[in-house]
Write a protein that binds this ligand. Structure first.
Ligand code: KIV
Length: 266
């Protein structure tokens, strides 16, 4: 049977033709909806540290937690490419551990690819992963796993030297074998410049409209995570408010004896 799964090759063929839509998902039910809406890429982002687990940043999330959520997402997705975000400390200590952890995402959790943060210093690892049949998505610009070193979530590549360095990193990663590159938190003109210079697709988040695709954290898009509201987010729904209203109505109806009514009783 022909698979309709999105692959690195199919994504690459979209560059310059159609924009790529990507979104995070962390559980089975939402992953199904994201897949059915036609997204080409579903990222099990380490942002789940904050959105699902309540941590202040992405650093504490573990391999076991990421595997658990990736398994659930893989069960919900039929067509999109499932990309598992390699968490902090799962790929930085040694390339051997990194390859082993990436294998776990593919073998135990059904991921189609992994994502790692960082520039040219990750190239040896990208080559090893690619040689072992593991598609790798890169991630440049604002790197959430570097939040402590960066002193907060700050727009990157604002001056000419930093922009040139980012472009050099992007080309190095492409040459090492990443099949796509997330560009986060950089000025729009730099997003466009990097996109034009590469033959692989760029997927932007706060990197302007010139990227080959866009990705958002699903809680931001649905208006469910008011703790952080970056400028680049567009809320397509206000589910936080709707959920809150529904829950309050339910509580009041239980207290007032309106629920369950005869209709909901056997
Ligand atoms: O973890 C995540 O959700 C991400 C996206 C913001 C790209 O890395």
């Amino acid at each position: 049977m022909m698979s309709s799964k999105w692959t690195p090759q199919r994504l690459n063929a979209l560059k310059g033709v159609t924009r790529i839509s990507a979104l995070t998902a962390y559980d089975y039910s939402i992953a199904r909806l994201v897949d059915q809406a036609g997204m080409q890429v579903v990222l099990v982002g380490d942002s789940l540290a904050m959105t699902m687990l309540g941590y202040d940043d992405t650093l504490p999330v573990t391999m076991e937690e990421m595997l658990h959520h990736t398994r659930a997402v893989s069960r919900g997705v039929k067509e999109a490419m499932v990309v598992a975000d390699m968490p902090f400390m799962s790929y930085q200590v040694s390339d051997d551990t990194a390859v082993e952890n990436a294998f776990r995402f593919m073998k135990d959790a059904g991921a189609d690819a992994v994502k790692i943060e960082g520039g040219a210093h990750r190239c040896d690892l990208v080559v090893r992963l690619a040689e072992n049949g593991i598609p790798v998505m890169g991630h440049l610009g604002l790197l959430p796993q570097n939040v402590k070193a960066m002193g907060g979530y700050k727009v990157q590549a604002r001056n000419e030297d930093d922009a040139d360095a980012l472009l050099a990193d992007a080309i190095a990663l492409q040459d090492a074998g990443v099949f796509a590159l997330v560009l986060e938190g950089i000025p729009s003109e730099i997003g466009a410049r990097v996109t034009e210079a590469l033959s692989i697709p760029t997927i932007g988040i706060g990197a302007g409209p010139g990227c080959d695709g866009q990705i958002l954290v699903i809680h931001d898009l649905l208006g469910m995570f008011p703790d952080l509201a970056p400028k680049f987010v567009k809320q397509y729904a206000q589910l936080g408010v709707q959920i809150s209203d529904a829950l309050t109505t339910y509580r009041k109806e239980v207290e007032g004896g309106q629920f369950p009514s005869d209709e909901q009783s056997y």
